[in-house]
Every structure is written in C-alpha cells, then in structure tokens.
Design a protein around this ligand. Structure first.
Ligand SMILES: *Cc1c(COP(=O)(O)O)cnc(C)c1O
Length: 399
C-alpha cells in the first residue's frame, strides 16, 4: 500500500498548489520589507494591504480589524492575555469552556497563576455549551468569555451567536477560537457578533506559521509584541509577506467553493460514521451527530488502546489521530473526551478521523474495512475484552 490516506486534516492540511504559486514571488523577486519607504518595499506593503482587505471581506469585518499573527496559538494567546490585562480594572474574571484547544486552556491556566479567576463551563454529553450555563456564570467582574467555535477533537459546533449575546448583556467581551471553522463553515464575525476571532492558515490549505486575530474596533488590547510599528503598533515584527499572501489565497479558494466542499466532506463523514456504527461492535460516536464539522468523525472503541489502533492503521497507510495527548509525551486521555463524560478507559480507545477535499469514497470504504480488522485483532489481545466475553459487563456499563 503506497498511497497514504490522510485523515488528519484537523491537525493540518495540504498547501494547495495555487497557494504555493501565490507565495513564491514574495520569496524571490518581491522580497521587499513592507516597512521600507522605497517603491520595492511599498509593493510588498500594497500586497499585504490587499490581502487584508480580501480576508476582512470574507469574515464580514473591516480591514483595519484584521491583525496578522504567527499562528492560531498566538492569536488565542493575544486575545486572552492582553484583553485580560487591558480590562483588569473592571474585573479579573474570565469564562471559557471545558473543551478548548490547549492554546486557550493553557493560556487560561497561565492567567490563573497571575491572579485571574477562570470559570470552565461544562458541556453536555454531545459536547455542547449551554447558553444558560454561561448566563449563570457571568458576573459583574467578568471581562472576557472565550468559547471555541468548532471543536478540534469532536467537531461540535457551539451556539456562538447566542453565547456572545449573553456575554454582551453582562458587559463582557467575547472571543472565539475559529481555527477549525474558518473556510470549513460559513464564518462571519460580524454576524456572529464576536469581539475577537482567531484563525490559522494551515487548517484551510494555507501555509503553516501564519494566522490572524480579528479585533473589533474599540476593543482595547495591549500590544502583544513590542518593537516596530507593524500591525498598527499592536503586533510588532516584520510581516510574513509570503505567508500572508498564501493565507489570503487559501481563504479566497476555500470560500469560493465552501458549500460544495462541505457537502462532499459531510457525505463521506456520514458514510464513515454510519458504517462504523453499524459494522463494529462496542463503539460510540463522540460529539453531536449533526451539529459537527463536516469533515470530523471521532469514535471510542471499547477494549482497544487508541495508540495501538493508530499505529496499526498507519501500517495500512491510514493517518489519523487518537484521543490521548500522546504527542505531548503524556498518556492522559483528552480533556475534551473526559468533559463529555467518557470514563478514562473508553477515552483511551478513541480515534479522530478528519476528512478533506482529497478524501474519496474508496478511501472511506478502505478505512472502514481496516478499522474492522484492526479492532478485532486488538480486542483478541485484550484481557479486558476476554473478561467481557466471559460474561462480565462492558466497561461503559460500570462507569
Ligand atoms: C490548530 C488549532 C490551534 C492552533 O493553531 P496553530 O496555528 O497550529 O498554532 C488553535 N485552536 C484550534 C481549535 C486548532 O485546531
């Protein structure tokens, strides 16, 4: 099997050839620094100005409200840390969800160490944050609420518009991490009514190492980087001109055929989910059945170790992701899976498959057959499964 079946688009996506073509001139003939006053630099300035206008139009906001950053992680850090400090005279209470990406949750932990108080909203069994829980958690000293738009692990889509309205009703600002959502769902920051929104190019077929933060006009944030006057003096550092041009092109392309790509991903996602649930025993789908990213499927297989599943699938040419943070060197199950109520043992047997426009129906069918075979093989080696077959209850029933 030479062909790789790449089902890890939530981790990163391929850079489209048209995006690479767009970037190359800014490495070669047009390498000027946008801050240089001569015409050669000003051409680079004009290019990123045009990119900013196009990106802003896609997000439904004004160009001066779009700030270029070095990653989605940076955008999240900036949004949370610098608004927390900018508004600390009003209060030091922040609200977030219990299923944020680490770029938000670890930033909240950092703020807690510096005297801020953070409330982590629970989610229901399908991974949805309720507006009521936010209303109950809001206080007079709450300055900021941050809730992820679409979850990177289980794909659930949150009621951001309603959550932002609730935050505003109590005078708090609202940030959303839209890194998984932009160019996969119709994301219009103005319609959502958010004050800040993070995105990252490499999650929508753009280059790695470039992201953006939308900051609504009038929102105070402290500058995230001190130095030159770039990004209206709020984020110093010479602009990543090729990266920004690639991000704008990737967004142009992503928005142009958004509906047809989403329909393609969703059809294959549903084929995958329906077949796995019907053809594999003792498996559950994590996340909401329909209110989820078009390309996201996340399963827990009882009596199976996620890492073993992942490695065995890799031998068959299938690249996916598991439910534990093994990449960080720990085997703790994901906080997202625990937040939706999975017991540790079940969370450990989780597999995320994230589809993209390159995925075909044949890839899905091959993957389902591989999962069936691998799950049977791994269960045959599991003492827990042996106990179960001999008449003990499944783990999920004894939680
Ligand atoms: C990937 C991701 C990030 C981090 O973006 P980077 O550009 O890789 O730093 C943040 N939030 C979510 C939801 C993501 O999926």
């Amino acid at each position: 099997m030479d062909k790789l079946i790449y089902l890890d688009n939530a981790a990163t996506t391929s850079v489209l050839p048209a995006v690479v073509d767009e970037m190359i001139p800014y490495f070669t003939d047009g390498f000027g620094n946008p801050s240089s006053l001569y015409e050669f630099g000003q051409r680079a300035r004009a290019a990123i100005t045009d990119a900013r206008v196009r990106i802003a139009a896609h997000l439904g906001v004004d160009a001066p409200e779009v700030y270029f950053t070095g990653s989605g992680t940076e955008s999240d850090n900036w949004a949370l840390k610098e608004t927390a400090f900018a508004y600390q005279d009003k209060g030091r209470h922040i609200i977030t969800s219990s299923i944020e990406h680490h770029a938000v949750s670890h930033t909240c932990a950092w703020l807690e160490k510096r005297g801020f108080e953070v409330t982590y909203l629970p989610v229901d069994a399908e991974g949805i944050v309720s507006v009521h829980s936010l209303v109950d958690a809001l206080r007079d000293d709450t300055t900021l609420v941050s809730v992820i738009l679409a979850n990177n692990e289980i794909g659930t889509i949150q009621p951001i518009k309603e959550l932002a309205e609730a935050a505003h009703a109590r005078g708090a600002l609202f940030h959303t991490d839209a890194v998984q959502a932009v160019a996969h769902l119709p994301v219009n920051a103005a319609e959502l009514g958010v004050d800040m929104l993070s995105a990252s190019a490499h999650k929508f077929h753009g280059p790695k190492g470039v992201g953006l933060l939308y900051i609504k006009k009038g929102v105070k944030t402290r500058s995230f980087m001190d130095g030159g006057a770039q990004e209206r003096k709020r984020r110093a550092g010479t602009e990543n001109v090729p990266g920004i041009m690639g991000m704008a092109k990737a967004l142009d392309l992503g928005m142009a055929d958004l509906a047809s790509r989403a329909a393609h991903d969703q059809e294959l996602r549903d084929r995958l989910i329906d077949r796995v649930l019907a053809e594999v025993e003792h498996v559950r789908l994590n996340g909401h059945r329909t209110q989820r990213l078009p390309g996201n499927a996340n399963f827990s297989f009882e009596f199976v170790e996620g890492e073993s599943l992942l490695l065995t699938l890799e031998q068959k040419g299938i690249l996916a992701s598991s439910g534990s943070a093994c990449a960080s060197g720990s085997l703790d199950p994901s906080h997202v899976l625990l937040a939706i109520g999975l017991p540790h043992e079940i969370a450990h047997g989780s597999l995320r498959l994230s589809l993209g426009e390159e995925t075909t129906a044949a890839d899905i069918d091959y993957t389902v057959e591989a999962i069936k075979e691998v799950v049977v093989r791994l269960r045959a080696m599991s003492p827990l499964y042996e106990d179960f077959v001999k008449g003990r209850k499944p783990i999920s029933a004894v939680k």
